[in-house]
Design a protein around this ligand. Structure first.
Ligand code: AMP
Ligand code: FE
Ligand code: FE
Ligand code: ZN
Length: 278
């Protein structure tokens, strides 16, 4: 079993990077990918712990891309070389986050909600600050009852404290990843808010643009949805990947490896993905 989609404190998960391979081993995984948003920071400590434990750590990350109808999340795997073009772009995305976070603070202040960057930064453990950390501070202060309410009232797209992020186009990510020896995978395809037929069309387009796979096996998807996404992958000659999207206590219903209990990503998928490395 595998888990090719997890987050640590290097972005918006609650566990240390070292804890990710520990949890994966406990779940019975032979390999786990750490895929923090916009950063590779957790990969070195997670990799060291994985080596101690005798489990494989797949080096990954997740970025949000721009497309006509909103946001598309893309997973990047195998950034194994130093000083790659994709890493330089991740640095730009992180720099943009710093500016964006300040702007979101200001927007909250404008509607009478005072938070400090210190509070949010402390919640995030210093680095990789994002909206989930804002949400948790808002809950802690009693402004909202749940993180979900924080997104619905303030932080979600179109809400009063929302500020958009810098985003690359999917084709740019695919190209930069390829130049870096890495592969790109469309994350949780149903988040695009499209029908299966529309997803099939997008998947064909992405394959054309140099994407390697789609994340067909995802925690929250039904068996039928997983099957349909696997069929789309086969038709487009895309690899299939799968993962829990574990975020620790930020998404408390998910476990590494098994997701909501019924996830089971076979080892063979990692071998197939590795064979498609540029
Ligand atoms: P950011 O990268 O700062 O824009 O934050 C995006 C992250 O916030 C996503 O990866 C999710 O982990 C989380 N998120 C997005 N929408 C929601 C929501 N409605 N409720 C809870 N968490 C969310
Ligand atoms: Fe996240
Ligand atoms: Fe995502
Ligand atoms: Zn994710």
């Amino acid at each position: 079993m595998l888990d090719l989609h997890t987050h640590s404190r290097a972005s918006d998960g609650s566990d240390t990077p070292e804890r990710i391979p520990e949890l994966a081993l406990e779940a019975g995984c032979s390999a786990v990918a750490l895929t923090d948003h916009d950063t590779l920071d957790g990969l070195a400590p997670a990799g060291r712990r994985a080596t101690e434990l005798g489990i494989k750590l797949v080096r990954g990350c997740e970025v949000s891309c721009a497309w006509e109808r909103g946001s598309m999340h893309v997973l990047i795997y195998f950034i194994d070389r130093a000083d790659t073009p994709i890493e330089a772009e991740l640095a730009n995305l992180r720099a943009d986050r710093v500016v964006r976070n300040e702007r979101m603070l200001k927007k909250l202040r404008d509607i009478g909600i005072s938070l400090t960057m210190d509070e949010i930064s402390r919640e995030a453990g210093g680095k990789g600050v994002g909206r989930p950390h804002f949400a948790r501070v808002l809950v802690g202060k009693g402004v909202v009852a749940t993180p979900k309410e924080a997104f619905e009232r303030f932080l979600g797209a179109g809400m009063p404290a929302y500020v958009s992020k810098a985003r690359l186009k999917p084709a740019e990510v695919a190209s930069l990843a390829k130049q870096s020896g890495a592969v790109t995978v469309l994350a949780h395809p149903l988040s695009l808010g499209l029908t299966m037929d529309e997803i099939a069309a997008i998947a064909a387009e992405l394959a054309e643009k140099g994407f390697t796979g789609i994340e067909a096996l995802y925690s929250s998807y039904s068996d039928q949805e997983r099957r349909s996404l696997c069929e789309i992958a086969a038709r487009c000659d895309l690899a299939i990947t799968g993962g829990s999207d574990y975020h620790g206590s930020y998404k408390p219903d998910l476990k590494i490896g098994t997701g909501r209990g019924d996830l089971d990503v076979p080892d063979s998928l990692l071998h197939a993905l590795e064979e498609r490395r540029p």
